[in-house]
Design a protein around this ligand. Structure first.
Ligand code: G3P
Length: 226
């Protein structure tokens, strides 16, 4: 399962990459706005500068008409490079835009996915990833995890190479459910990522081992001393 960072804060992204090799970064207009940088392309370039060259960057169009979405996507790829996945909401106009972009060889990530059928239509249109909003679905009274699983089942049963990119998580359990079901990718906010893989319990266990070892073998000693 690919694991991406759902944030646009360069310091946080750098900090996470220093500890673990993630697969890329996803943003949306709200996430970008939180950085306070009025130039989103500058912010996206800054994010790229702290990511490995082959990592994916997902960034979203703002336009709502098909032709405008396509023009915006082409511009974003020309500025940010080909490893940029253009997030397109699965509106009627968005589905058509995904179809056009796929035919041009531009990678599209269908976003704002709130149901199985819109996701399936986006896969059919040629999207590379489908991003169901797991927690937002839960908040609407639906089962977000189950929706993501159903999308995965349906696209795989149809033979599409498109992958689910689970998004909008509020806790680790929702993310783990994705992994256990073989979902292709998730994008997770830094706090949830840290609680998943970089927890304090392991750090505490290490401190206990050191305390016990030093009690027997001497302060500051490691295996190198023997
Ligand atoms: O980027 C899409 C998704 O991850 C949004 O998450 O936390 O705003 O529901 P959230």
């Amino acid at each position: 399962m690919l694991i991406l960072i759902d944030d646009a804060d360069v310091t946080k992204i750098k900090e996470l990459y220093a500890k673990y090799p993630y697969d890329g970064v996803t943003t949306n207009p709200t996430i970008l706005s939180k950085t306070g940088n009025p130039d989103p392309m500058d912010q996206l370039k800054k994010i790229q500068s702290v990511m490995p060259k082959d990592a994916m960057l997902h960034a979203q169009v703002l336009s709502t008409e098909t032709e405008d979405m396509v023009r915006e996507a082409r511009h974003m790829v020309s500025v940010l490079g080909e490893n940029t996945y253009i997030k397109v909401p699965v509106t009627a106009n968005g589905l058509k835009a995904i179809d056009i972009l796929a035919k041009e060889g531009i990678s599209a990530t269908a976003t704002a996915v709130y149901g199985v059928m819109p996701a399936f239509m986006a896969a059919k249109a040629g999207a590379k990833f489908l991003a169901p909003y797991v927690n937002r679905l839960d908040n609407l009274g639906y089962d977000g995890v189950q929706t993501a699983k159903d999308i995965h089942t349906m696209i795989k049963a149809s033979g599409y190479e498109t992958e689910v990119l689970g998004a909008s998580f509020k806790n680790s359990q929702q993310v783990l459910e994705m992994g256990k079901f073989g979902i292709g990718a998730v994008t997770v906010n830094p706090d949830t990522l840290k609680s998943l893989a970089l927890n304090q319990v392991a750090e505490k266990a290490v401190q206990d081992f050191i305390r016990d070892f030093e009690g027997c073998c001497g302060e500051g000693k490691t295996m190198l001393d023997f």
